[in-house]
Design a protein around this ligand. Structure first.
Ligand code: GDP
Ligand code: MG
Length: 175
């Protein structure tokens, strides 16, 4: 009985990437299965948690949503240091946001070394006609860095569940 299963493990996930790539929208889609077209910039750091099932175990996920504004960037390293999973997001219609993923990945590695699961996410695939970053470019970078990669649309809900399933599959076996 899932209802009675004890919470066995807590994971902290931090969402990183340039402003307006869709970090908050991905979290909102995952948490509430909804999407808001009005842009509301995240202020500082937001926190949400959700209980899910990974590998048939109850797992508590803490999702840390970060903001891109310069004045909050100094807060981010401490959240990275605390997280077991870093989700690096870019917008497939914004080449600069893709180039900047390197910087975010470097930040994660300098805080946590290899003791972290990093996943690269290209969001907004519903905007195919405005695409500036090919799927092959995303795949190539992920392959070079040896990290998982997925393309999503928070707007359509495309691959959002799969993103979290992929994270679950990539975490070390929970015992
Ligand atoms: P954040 O700054 O990274 O948290 O980005 P937001 O989640 O606030 O999204 C920034 C803008 O992009 C908002 O206007 C969203 O509605 C829009 N957006 C986010 N995800 C998608 C998506 O998958 N497709 C489209 N078309 N727009 C998106
Ligand atoms: Mg946000």
């Amino acid at each position: 009985n899932k209802e009675l299963a004890p919470i066995l493990k807590k994971y902290k996930l931090v969402f990183l990437g340039e402003q307006s790539v869709g970090k908050t929208s991905m979290i909102t889609r995952f948490m509430y299965d909804s999407f808001d077209t009005n842009y509301q910039a995240t202020v500082g750091i937001d926190f949400l948690s959700k209980t899910i099932y990974f590998q048939n175990k109850v797992v508590r996920l803490q999702l840390w949503d970060t903001a891109g504004q310069e004045r909050f960037r100094s807060l981010i390293p401490s959240y990275i240091r605390d997280s077991q999973v870093a989700i690096i997001v870019y917008d497939i219609t914004n080449a600069l946001s893709f180039e900047q993923t390197i910087k975010w990945i470097d930040d994660v590695k300098s805080e946590r070394g290899s003791n972290v699961l990093i996943i690269l996410v290209g969001n907004k695939v519903d905007l195919e006609s405005l695409r500036e970053v090919t799927i092959e470019e995303g795949q190539k970078l992920a392959k070079k860095l040896n990290i998982p990669f997925i393309e999503t649309s928070a707007k359509c809900g495309y691959n959002i569940k799969q993103l979290f399933a992929r994270i679950g599959d990539s975490l070390p076996v929970i015992d």
